[in-house]
Write a protein of this length. Sequence first.
Length: 123
Amino acid sequence: MEGRVFAVNQSDDDCGNVILLNPGDLKFLYIGCPLLEFLNSEIPAYADACLDSEIYADWLASHAPVRPMECAGYRTPLFLGGEDSLENMEISDMEVYWDMTDQLWEAVKDLPEGTKIGNVSLE
């Protein structure tokens, strides 16, 4: 939901295996299987884990569907103390969401935990 992107690893290690990139919690997950196996086996067997299908069903109960190139992103990112809840989510352009999240993360990643943050601006 929160801007998840699946990619295929092209590096020497695990070449051709699927990677889950998630700006919502700033995690990368190496799925460990090739794309066709991921599509034909992993998604059918683990749809909720792969696609957050239960959370998306909850989203659809009170929101419009997320269109292509959009995501339901966090208003306040989790790494800035935002809640992992539907109330903290809104529809965003996926490219803008990824860029915004990256800029925010770069600005705060080296700060000590608990540092108060103010006067945020995005370029």
